[in-house]
Design a protein around this ligand. Structure first.
Ligand code: AMP
Length: 249
């Protein structure tokens, strides 16, 4: 079976994000960009499914600007077999990405799509769920363990207060949580090999999808700065402050 893995190009998670002076968004000029960390976990899981003999091909897909090719190359260097780049220059929102992925699923026929649980730039947590709905497929979100059992997947999900184990019929959409695996680093020979792997290109319109946005960002603001703390001399003073100043006990 084939596994399709969307990989989003986002600001690197180590970068301190700065809000633009006019509050219309965040600074992207000269900022290091990388693959969304949850998508690295998805690629790793897809490669493990291939290594275990469950999958024959892993396809990495990215939607966005020309530099998304670098993100796809990273996925190819980790072990994905080929890439698809859907080229789009402007803003793109989860519903549009989900519609594009649906068209690619119809074209490629994967049995599993492994989506990140959220992109660390927009924190939407929507694309996987919307894709499952558009396809009419089952979904297992926030998965921390995946086992293939015949024509279904046994998935462990991270939920409030514990773990839930569910069985989902294939084909299915999975969204990956942090503890699913530890993504591998691409070795130098694999980075070289990745340069020769094919990347197909489409535009949203070629796939029959209107890329225009329905969501308008009205304002982006820094979180309020935290006030300085106070030092207390003993436990008695701490309890007094918690009771009478902070009023939390
Ligand atoms: P979101 O719903 O925006 O939080 O994104 C969740 C996941 O959807 C990401 O981790 C990616 O797997 C996928 N995704 C979202 N946007 C894109 C994109 N432009 N290109 C490829 N994958 C994407």
């Amino acid at each position: 079976m084939k596994v399709l893995v969307p990989v989003k190009r986002v600001i690197d998670y180590n970068v301190k994000v700065r809000v633009k002076a006019d509050q219309t968004g965040v600074e992207l000029a000269n900022v290091k960009m990388s693959m969304n960390p949850f998508d690295e976990i998805s690629i790793e899981e897809a490669i493990r499914l291939k290594e275990a003999g469950h999958a024959e091909e892993v396809i990495a897909v990215s939607v966005g600007v020309q530099q998304c090719q670098e993100t796809i190359r990273t996925a190819l260097a980790m072990g994905a077999d080929r890439g698809i780049h859907v080229v789009h220059d402007g803003d793109i929102e989860p519903l549009v990405v989900a519609k594009i992925l649906k068209e690619l699923v119809d074209k490629e026929g994967p049995s599993i799509v492994i989506v990140g649980k959220q992109a660390i730039d927009d924190d939407s947590n929507q694309t996987g769920q919307m894709l499952a709905a558009l396809l009419g497929w089952g979904q297992a979100t926030f998965v921390s363990k995946v086992e293939i059992e015949g024509d279904s997947i046994k998935a462990t999900r991270e939920v409030d207060g514990g773990l839930e184990t569910i069985s989902v019929m294939l084909p299915a959409v999975l969204t990956t949580d942090l503890r699913l695996n530890e993504p591998r680093y691409a070795s130098l020979p694999n980075i070289m090999k990745a340069k020769k792997k094919p990347i197909e290109q489409f535009t949203p319109v070629e796939l029959g999808v209107d890329p225009s946005c329905r969501i308008e960002i009205l304002k982006v603001a820094e979180p309020p700065t935290r006030e300085a703390g106070v030092k207390v001399s003993d436990v008695g003073e701490l309890v007094d402050k918690l009771r009478n100043t902070a009023k939390v006990i």
